[in-house]
Design a protein around this ligand. Sequence first.
Ligand SMILES: *[C@@H]1O[C@H](CO)[C@@H](O)[C@H](O)[C@H]1NC(C)=O
Ligand SMILES: *[C@@H]1O[C@H](CO)[C@@H](O)[C@H](O)[C@H]1NC(C)=O
Ligand SMILES: [Ca+2]
Length: 270
Amino acid sequence: MRLLGLIWAACFVLQEVRAWGFKNGILHNSIWLEQAAGVYHRESRKGRYQLTYMEAKAVCKFEGGKLATYEQLEAARQIGLHVCAAGWFDRGRVGYPIVKAGTNCGFGKVGIIDYGYRLNKSERWDAYCYNPNAKECGGILTDQQRIIQSPGYPEEYEDEQICYWHIRVRYGQKIHLRFLEFDLEDDTSCLADYLEIYDSYDDIAGFAGRFCGDELPEDLISTGNVMTLKFLSDSSVTAGGFQIEYLAVDSPVDPTNGTDPMSLLELTND
Ligand SMILES: *[C@@H]1O[C@H](CO)[C@@H](O)[C@H](O)[C@H]1NC(C)=O
Ligand SMILES: *[C@@H]1O[C@H](CO)[C@@H](O)[C@H](O)[C@H]1NC(C)=O
Ligand SMILES: [Ca+2]
């Protein structure tokens, strides 16, 4: 099941890569749970396009929010929310936000790709929720410095969390990660709960380490200007969580040859 998921994810990412956009020196993309202006995309734990309108409403409500309105989705899109998956939003409408035109996604258009108000509320799509007070769980971080925390910190994190943080700093900079607090359920191969770090724009290339337990990991410095953190907890036993600081550092190396070849300019140089 996990392997299938991984293959699916790989295909999805490959498909997604074409839809990425470069704007104001920041790469905007969206693969998983992306959050902007309180709006985020949710799919069912069973996978893509599994939620009826009632279920989509329930998912958002369960997390303390509600389905986003068209205006909220558009506001989020304007600051970079780009998701290639149709979801329910307020009042039974279906669509998705597109920042960068691509042939595989959004019919080459930019804006909210609008499937309109659905008459059949039993159709299955994803969901777009609005919750400005959501616990921080992932997102696209472009600040020069930031503290990343496990969801709900300083409370213990909850079971069954999946968060992705995509850090992107300026081209030519590197990311310096410093672990301030670290406490995840401990097991020898970190199969239960873990934090994974990738020296790349996704969780496929550039694996840099998987961490659990309560030993503070060493600092990490990226090779390029992007980095991905993935936090996952399973269905039992939680712990204190983590606080990690990142800092963008100007790289003394000539950026034309000091950057990870997989990093973003190559991808977005179109
Ligand atoms: C509504 O959509 C569901 C799921 O796609 C489908 O099974 C059902 O037949 C549809 N109902 C009508 C009345 O079209
Ligand atoms: C960068 O390129 C220059 C000239 O091509 C070379 O001398 C230098 O060693 C390279 N630096 C790295 C870190 O690869
Ligand atoms: Ca656990």
